[in-house]
Structures are given as structure tokens and as C-alpha cells.
Design a protein around this ligand. Sequence first.
Ligand SMILES: Nc1ncnc2c1ncn2[C@@H]1O[C@H](COP(=O)(O)OP(=O)(O)O)[C@@H](O)[C@H]1O
Ligand SMILES: [Mg+2]
Length: 213
Amino acid sequence: MVGLGKTVDNGGEPLTILQDISFSVMPGETVAIVGASGSGKSTLLGLLAGLDVPTAGEIRLDGVSLAALDEDARALARGRLLGFVFQSFQLLPALTALENVMLPLELAGRKDAAALARDWLERVGLGHRLKHYPKHLSGGEQQRVALARAFSPAPRLVLADEPTGNLDAVTGKQIIELMFDLNTRQGTTLILVTHDEAIAARCGRVLRIQSVA
Ligand SMILES: Nc1ncnc2c1ncn2[C@@H]1O[C@H](COP(=O)(O)OP(=O)(O)O)[C@@H](O)[C@H]1O
Ligand SMILES: [Mg+2]
């Protein structure tokens, strides 16, 4: 991506959240983005995911500018290329663990969504929790479901936004180990936002984002 910027209208006052960010990521790379709280890390991930539109610069995925795609095409590219892991897990509360993992697989047209989702939940150690709803799962278990959901469609790129931010130290470490293990086995490209230097150091490259203000 080149010269990326994001300015928002903050009640009439333009507020610059990101300014002149440029970097590229090669397939299979693991990259940590580190910065203080409020420095714009989540905003940057949202732009990379095509969930939000930059006010300056452009983002290219496989040489294709995201801006050249309309909303539907961006959603399609997102579904095919990207997996997400969030700090707050973001599982759908009305769906069981199994159904949460099945959803993106079904959207991708996989006929074997149920069997594949079950395999993946077993892989993350939750074979015995298939029919549990998120509210009956611990934080660590919810993040395991989220990892299965992110990796099971075999995305090219996984974006993780402080994936251990809501977990205790021991559980967080287990989740990080699992995420790196899945990532290595799948050969996925990983962009990980964190303020934990020890986690960042696990990545092949660390990018630091400095606050604009
Ligand atoms: N839509 C928005 N309107 C106004 N301010 C925003 C908006 N989105 C983010 N911000 C502000 O931009 C800054 C960066 O936010 P964020 O990307 O969430 O940072 P981080 O993830 O690094 O903590 C914060 O100060 C936040 O309050
Ligand atoms: Mg954030």
C-alpha cells in the first residue's frame, strides 16, 4: 500500500488518524504492527480489510487496487482472501460454535461446511464444545472458535487485532501459540496488531506506528 491516510470528520473538525503509511507484505510473511493505544492500529486493519475506505493513498491486494472495486466486489474479495481475529472474539451469539465456524464456509459455497467446521473445531481443541453458544464458552474457548472460523476457509491473509487483549496471560499465550501454529501449517500471511512486544517479536517483521497527535 502506498501513502495511506485516513482523516475523519469529527463533528466538523477534520481528524487525521493515519498519515502517509506505506508498506508491502509478501505472501507467507508474518508482520506485527505495534503502536500505542489510539495510534490508529485498528483503523489501519479496517482499511486493509476493505471494511473502511482510505481518504488518501491506495491499497493493492495482488496488484488490484481495493478502491477500484465496488462494495460487493470488495465483500467478495474479503470472503475469499481474508480471515479476521478480533480482540473481542466477535462470534455471533445466536449461533453455536459449530455454526459460527460453518458460516463463512457456507458463504464460500462449501458443501462440506459442517464436516469441515467440525474438523477445525477438533483441531483447535473444541471437539467437545460444538453445540455450545458463545455465552457458554470461556474467552479462550471463544477465541479458539474465532481462530477456526478465520483459518478454515483457507484464506490467503489473516488479520488479527489484539487477539489476546481480552484474555489472561496464560490463556493468551495458548491462543498465540495456536495461532502461529495454524498460520505456519496453512502458510497464511499474517498481519497481527498488538501492543505486546513479546508477541510482536514472534513475527518475521515488526512495523511501528507512531501517533499523529
Ligand atoms: N470514525 C472515527 N471518528 C472519530 N475518531 C475516530 C474514528 N475512528 C477512530 N477514531 C480515533 O482515532 C484514533 C485511533 O483509533 P484506533 O484505530 O482504534 O486506534 P488503536 O487501535 O491503535 O488503539 C483514536 O483516537 C480514536 O478515538
Ligand atoms: Mg485497536
